[in-house]
Design a protein around this ligand. Structure first.
Ligand code: SF4
Length: 230
């Protein structure tokens, strides 16, 4: 089995996958507060529902700490109804808006001026914000050197042996930050997600056509098992 490294993954996946920069533009152009709101609204619902809810919230109330803090709870619930769990989400959004006004004077972009670890700690102390959300914001909006890990990144990295089966989020983040050069974190993150979506799916990975097959013992075993089946 050939040993794989970050540079090889970047090169192989970079040749195979055309990253659609426009798809990530909305994420980059949002304010930090909007990104947090979108993340909270996206929990336990589809991308389509989230997009619809964000549109409605923007049109009816607005997506700023002030507008959400000033909105009535019932009005807010009604605006985000289509995202599911709207009772809980409305309360979380209210709390978040109040904290941003109180601690940051309503300008949450300030958090990005802080050093990575401090900014990460502050983001993760907010309601509804876990490590993945914090890392997405820090990488996409702040250009910080961190590596967000979603379900696709976890799966592909495990199969390639970059991280262990039982690694926690923090363990996996540390290993991937060592695997890839810091200036490539954004690209590596996006390539692993696209690879997980298009080729290395959870149930039926398309290993026979995968550009990383020669480095992937999971994929080779998977194909052997498949050919053994009657
Ligand atoms: S060979 Fe299969 S399991 Fe390995 S990375 Fe490619 S698609 Fe995923």
């Amino acid at each position: 089995m050939k040993k794989i490294n970050g540079e090889t993954i970047l090169r192989k996946l970079g040749e195979a996958i055309m990253l659609d920069e426009e798809r990530f533009q909305p994420l980059r152009s949002r304010s930090v507060f909007e990104m947090l709101v979108a993340t909270i609204l996206s929990q336990n619902t589809s991308d389509k529902n989230t997009a619809r809810t964000i549109r409605r919230l923007r049109e009816t109330i607005g997506i700023t700490p002030q507008s959400i803090s000033n909105a009535g709870l019932l009005e807010l619930k009604s605006a985000i109804r289509s995202s599911g769990l709207y009772n809980v989400k409305a309360r979380v959004l209210k709390k978040l808006a109040r904290i941003v006004i109180k601690n940051y004077g309503g300008n949450f972009e300030k958090v990005l001026e802080k050093p990575l670890d401090e900014a990460r700690r502050e983001l993760m102390s907010l309601p509804g914000v876990g490590p993945k959300t914090a890392d997405v914001i820090l990488l996409f909006a702040g250009g910080k050197k961190t590596f967000p890990i979603d379900t696709h990144v976890f799966r592909v990295s495990r199969r390639l042996g970059l991280i262990g089966l039982k690694d926690s989020y923090e363990d996996a983040r540390g290993k991937l930050m060592k695997t890839f050069p810091p200036e490539s974190y954004l690209k590596a993150h996006l390539l692993l997600i696209e690879h997980g979506r298009k080729t290395c799916g959870a149930r039926r990975p398309l290993c026979s056509g995968c550009v990383l097959l020669e480095y992937c013992s999971f994929g080779q075993e998977f194909l052997k098992r498949k050919t053994r089946k009657p």
